[in-house]
Design a protein around this ligand. Structure first.
Ligand code: IPE
Ligand code: IPE
Ligand code: MG
Length: 236
């Protein structure tokens, strides 16, 4: 087991399959999301153990607002409860929380809980947990473009200043390195509007298990798979 060298600095996960897991167990979809929260704990523990520095979890997409209101409310409530119950663990494990997405769309109470946990964990340094909430990559790119255009218009930026490096600094992920490893559970081979810019050179691992079935060992396996890849970045 050579898990201790060549550890990805940033792992991003599209946590998919909660609904199907619930259906398979004859449970309402919300129960699938609840079961998925346990897998989040496992993923954090595995990242801590391996020394991964950034873990980004796709928890709620811009498109997920179109789900039935009852499911959206259940997810928001679950998120609040998760954050409240997880704060002491985050402090003990030295995990800093960040969030990316259109956070102003979150219910006020969810947003307040999120902001509180972000503020409390701000000095933690072993692992940065980034929750993608009300997140859509196209929205992120459009917002960045608007900010850049406004600065060009005001004269703060010159057209010739615009480069991939500059553009990256206008995304929600400005201070976060690009993911090295992108995992999606439930066997779906699509990106679903997640970090389109940032995953340009990420290695992708598709896991067939549904998210509530995902355990620490599955993350170790994905990292082993990553370690077998030869990243060329367009070179030879
Ligand atoms: C992922 O599970 C969680 C969210 C998108 C919030 P899903 O709810 O998408 O589960 P499936 O894909 O319907 O099984
Ligand atoms: C992607 O899963 C979003 C999250 C995991 C939060 P979805 O279940 O929403 O994506 P699609 O609909 O299968 O593309
Ligand atoms: Mg899904």
């Amino acid at each position: 087991m050579k898990l201790h060298n060549d550890i990805p600095q940033h792992v991003a996960i599209i946590m998919d399959g909660n609904g199907r897991w619930a259906k398979n167990h004859g449970l309402p979809r919300a129960q699938g999301h609840r079961a998925g929260a346990e897998s989040v704990r496992e993923a954090i523990d595995a990242c801590k153990e391996m020394g991964v520095q950034y873990l980004t979890l796709y928890a709620f997409s811009s498109e997920n607002w179109n789900r039935p209101e009852a499911e959206v409310s259940a997810l928001m409530l679950l998120l609040e409860k998760f954050l409240e119950s997880k704060l002491s663990d985050l402090m003990r494990q030295d995990v800093r929380l960040l969030a990316i997405g259109q956070l102003d769309r979150l219910p006020a109470k969810t947003r307040a809980t999120l902001d509180r946990v972000i503020a409390k964990t701000a000095e933690n340094a072993s692992l940065t947990l980034v929750l993608a909430l009300s997140y859509g990559s196209r929205e992120e790119i459009a917002e960045a473009t608007k900010k850049i255009a406004a600065e060009v218009k005001s004269g703060a930026l010159d057209l010739t200043d615009i480069s991939p490096q500059l553009f990256s600094r206008y995304l929600y992920t400005a201070d976060i390195p690009d993911p090295d490893l992108l995992i999606r559970t439930s066997g779906e081979m699509r990106v679903s509007n997640f970090l389109l810019w940032q995953i340009s050179y990420a290695e992708m691992v598709i896991v067939n298990k549904l998210w509530p079935e995902f355990r620490q060992g599955d993350l170790f396996d994905a990292v082993r798979e990553y370690q077998k890849r030869h990243r060329r970045f367009g070179g030879v």
